[in-house]
Design a protein around this ligand. Structure first.
Ligand code: C2E
Ligand code: CA
Ligand code: CA
Length: 889
């Protein structure tokens, strides 16, 4: 029996060993391991049965119940089934009376084992020693119960022989086997856990991009785990045990060693950033180290993780640069593919007035001003999709609604796959630049006062006009305009009023021509109008230009209201036409200028077209101006006197008419110098010389009873009248000479007075209060109105000789004369007719009621001596009837 027990124990030990081997070898193959495990359990049962103690013939006793119950408990259904099958088959093969009972016992034992397993898995029972022992007892009790099923003659024998060992030994065997299997399973589980944790550890270590080192206090490498990234390999020792100084440059090694020693003094992980020259350039590394608890080989050590942060650092640097660049002076917008704004910078807000919150998530079109049409944006997007870039000037709208120009450049940003992911736009406010540009342009090409193009721009446009007219064959016209008597305005009202008048004139000029025509100011009171695209035929083109010139004349002739004053100004226009390039721009300008002088010479408010002979005329005019100036200084101008008579009193006096005693050309009439003197600003001087002469003469006549009652009419240009100190000067002159102011009459030309009625009136009134009288010269030829006649303190109307000359045939002249006479009566003015040459004219005039005359019929303008002689004779003959007729020479 004892031997039997040893055999069983050996069997169980070998069973355990086999199971341990199986668990180790086939740990990863579940099914095979189970099959093998089943075979081992089954095999153990078979061997146990072969070595079994035969209690009675056919009835054997062995430890199969222990094995099978443990197969059920530890192996599970499959293992148990295989073991049970082998054991059952073996028992049947052994046969005998206990065969069937044995098989039933096998099945029940297995089932009990499985039941225990089931409870165990549910956590209802453990597999410790005591439960195992009870379980062993239960299994044996079941065996004993089965003995009862045997033929009754065996039962008592069997019970006597087997009950004790079964109940005493087998449960203990169960506990032993169970404990050993439990241990194997525990080992197996622990192995698995270890294996998994190792695998996890390995995976983690491999996944970490860091270089893992264990370094001792002397900087010796104790352990090295390489990351996959081979950039870091160069920083690793060839073998463990090397020192930092053998691997790294001295300075770097020294630095790291310091760091290690510092880490060893600290309880917390330490960090260091350092750069090392790697094979592919400078590498930036971030090291983290933690002191290890125990010493290794007697030396303190640290775990050191080194990470390559070169790329991160350069990315960060780029980002920092980008961030600074983003916050530049330029406004920046980053948008997504749908033009939704993702980011803007401060400059953007400063320029547009929109804060980041206002615009984030909005579409960029919220900024658009609506000034650019859809084609503009189509072009922009085309350029962006083709070249990834667009730049140009664009008008956008600020938050306050103001539309402003900006210089915008947009770039597309593509990802690694080449797809556009963002747009980056930078914008600069070009308002100021544009304003400055405009200002510069304005200064360079436009007249500051009137904002009209200046000479420079005009020449530029003229050049184009010349070329394009030559191409098209259509005529173009260049018109020079000069305001007549503009100087008077400046002199009388100051430059501010003059400037205002120029601005108004500029405005009127602009309105009088087409938008495509150019109106320019050359300076002073000179303007230029350039008409383009006229007809191809010269006559028609000239007619068109003439039409425009007349429009301009009319526009500028209307009164100008400046402050309280109402000023009038006419203009003289010179025109040159061109439709080829035969003339340079300068020459065209010169020609138009010449024509303008011609227009002035022809009587103001006139239009003249260019003619080559004008060239000479102007040259001689300039010469003449010089000579007049000289003549005025040397006293070459003298006054001729032309008698003025009336029906009742005979000789009334004379009109003083200037003559020029020219050193070479002899005596010259006003026609050869008055106009030129006016243009040259010399006429005031001439007038005053005539006035002085007249006053001196009147003072002399005052002493002679024969001449004392005669009066003198002096022609006064408006320029003189408007001179600020004229009244004062004339009164001084009268005082100085002692002339009788009542004998002095000033002849003014109607059209000249119109420039400034108010001013003329004030001045006349001042003089009138001293007895000086006024006559309106050339009456009927200019612009007359009742209002104006009433406004001026006049004494006399002088019917222009053009009407008188046409008498008696011309009915309309006669009608005009009649009307003038009637007017004079109603206004209580004297009337005098000039240019009376014939008796018929005289009688016709007399019939209309005009009683004063001047003309060749009574005497031509004559030198003083001659006049005085005649005057004396006239006085001697006075008293006789029809004395006045003496003057009919
Ligand atoms: P006005 O004041 O209308 O002078 C009259 C002009 O008619 C004078 O021409 C005179 O000689 C001319 N005349 C007089 N009777 C007759 C006539 O029966 N038949 C014809 N055919 N002509 C006659 P004159 O002397 O050549 O003067 C021309 C103009 O020059 C004057 O026209 C006057 O406006 C201007 N003038 C003359 N002297 C002066 C002056 O001292 N100062 C200014 N500002 N203008 C002057
Ligand atoms: Ca006159
Ligand atoms: Ca006259």
């Amino acid at each position: 029996m004892m031997i039997n027990l040893f055999q069983s124990a050996a069997l169980l030990l070998s069973l355990c060993w086999l199971q341990a081997v199986n668990a180790h070898l086939l740990r990863s193959r579940g099914l095979t391991a189970q099959l093998v495990s089943g075979l081992i359990f089954g095999g153990a049962c078979v061997i146990g049965m072969l070595m079994a103690t035969t209690i009675q013939p056919g009835i054997i006793y062995d430890a199969r119940t222990v094995v099978l119950s443990m197969a059920g408990l530890f192996g599970g259904p499959l293992v148990a089934a295989i073991a049970a099958f082998l054991a059952g088959a073996s028992r049947l093969w052994l046969g005998g009376a206990g065969a069937m009972g044995g098989v039933v016992e096998i099945v029940l034992t297995v089932l009990l084992g499985l039941a225990y397993r089931s409870f165990y898995l549910q956590g209802k029972v453990s597999r410790r020693l005591l439960p195992l022992w009870f379980f062993g007892l239960l299994v044996q009790a079941q065996g004993l119960l089965l003995l009862v099923l045997l033929p009754s003659e065996y039962v008592l024998v069997l019970l006597a022989q087997a009950a004790l060992p079964m109940l005493l030994v087998m449960p203990v065997a169960t506990v032993l086997l169970g404990s050993m299997l439990e241990h194997i399973e525990h080992r197996k589980r622990m192995d698995l856990v270890l294996q998994m944790s190792e695998a996890r550890q390995r995976a983690i270590t491999e996944a970490i991009p860091d270089l893992l080192l264990v370094l001792d206090q002397d900087g010796r490498y104790l352990e090295v785990v390489y990351p996959k990234d081979n950039r870091l390999h160069s920083l690793c020792p060839r073998r463990v045990g090397q020192s930092l100084f053998e691997v790294l440059p001295h300075n770097d090694a020294w630095r790291l060693l310091n760091f290690i020693q510092h880490t060893l003094t600290s309880d917390y992980p330490q960090k260091i950033e350092y750069s090392i020259q790697g094979p592919q350039g400078l590498m930036v590394l971030e090291g983290r180290a933690q002191r290890l608890d125990g010493p290794i080989d007697g030396k303190r050590a640290v775990v050191f993780l080194a990470r390559d942060i070169t790329e991160r650092m350069s990315a960060e640097r780029e980002l920092r640069i980008a961030a600074i660049a983003f916050e530049s002076q330029q406004g920046m917008i980053i948008s997504d593919l749908d033009s939704r704004i993702l980011r803007v910078n401060k400059a953007f807000s400063a320029i547009t007035g929109y804060s980041a919150e206002d615009v984030l998530g909005q579409k960029t079109r919220m900024l658009s001003s609506g000034r650019q049409g859809p084609e503009f944006y189509q072009d922009m997007w085309r350029s962006l999709s083709e070249t990834d870039r667009w730049q140009g000037e664009i008008w956008n709208r600020r938050k306050n609604g103001e539309v402003f120009p900006e210089w915008l450049s947009i770039s597309a940003v593509r990802n690694g796959q080449g797809q556009v992911i963002n747009y980056v736009a930078s914008l600069t406010d070009s308002t100021e630049r544009k304003a400055a540009e405009d200002r510069i342009k304005q200064l360079a090409f436009y007249d500051a006062l009137t904002t009209l193009p200046n000479r420079r721009l005009l020449l530029d446009r003229l050049q184009h006009a010349v070329a394009s007219s030559a191409r098209s064959g259509q005529f173009a016209a260049l018109m020079f305009l000069d305001l007549d008597n503009f100087k008077n305005v400046n002199d009388r009202y100051g430059h501010q009023a003059g400037d205002r008048l120029l601005c108004l004139a500029a405005e009127r000029l602009g309105n009088a021509v087409r938008a495509s025509d150019t109106v320019a100011r050359l300076g002073g009171d000179e303007f230029v109008v350039m008409l383009e695209s006229l007809e191809r035929l010269p006559e028609e083109a000239a007619a068109q230009a003439e039409h425009t010139a007349q429009k301009v004349l009319a526009a500028l002739a209307a009164p100008y209201r400046i402050g309280t004053a109402e000023l009038r100004s006419s203009v003289s226009v010179g025109v040159v036409l061109f439709n080829d390039e035969s003339c340079s721009c300068e020459e065209l300008m010169m020609r138009a200028d010449l024509s303008m002088y011609e227009a002035k010479a022809a009587g103001k408010s006139a239009v003249r077209f260019f003619d080559p002979v004008m060239q000479d005329a102007v040259s001689s005019r300039l010469r003449l101006e010089e000579e007049i100036g000289h003549g005025l200084l040397t006293g070459e101008f003298i006054g001729y006197l032309q008698p003025q008579v009336d029906e009742a009193h005979g000789l009334l006096g004379a009109e003083v008419l200037a003559r020029w005693q020219h050193p070479q050309r002899g005596l010259l009439g006003p026609a050869s110098f008055i106009e030129v003197a006016e243009r040259a600003g010399l006429v005031e001087q001439l007038d005053f010389q005539m006035l002085r002469g007249a006053c001196e003469l009147l003072a002399l006549w005052r002493q002679q009873p024969a001449l004392e009652r005669l009066s003198l009419a002096v022609n006064i240009s408006a320029r003189l009248l408007y001179q600020v100190d004229f009244v004062e000067r004339l009164l001084d002159l009268l005082r100085e000479t002692g002339a009788n102011p009542g004998r002095l009459k000033l002849e003014l030309t109607e059209s000249l007075l119109l420039d400034d009625l108010q001013g003329a009136s004030t001045c006349m009134l001042a003089l009138k209060s001293h007895g000086i009288r006024f006559s309106i010269d050339d009456f009927g030829t200019g612009y007359s109105s009742m209002a104006y006649l009433q406004q001026l303190p006049l004494d006399q109307l002088k019917i222009d000789q053009s009407f008188v000359r046409k008498l008696p045939e011309d009915g309309s002249s006669l009608a005009i004369i009649r009307a003038i006479c009637a007017l004079a009566v109603s206004l209580e003015l004297e009337v005098i007719a000039e240019g009376v040459e014939t008796e018929v004219q005289l009688s016709t005039l007399r019939d209309t009621g005009c009683q004063r005359y001047q003309g060749y019929l009574f005497g031509r303008p004559m030198p003083l001596v001659e006049f005085e002689g005649l005057a004396m004779a006239n006085t001697l003959d006075s008293g006789r009837e029809g004395q006045a007729l003496l003057w009919r020479i």
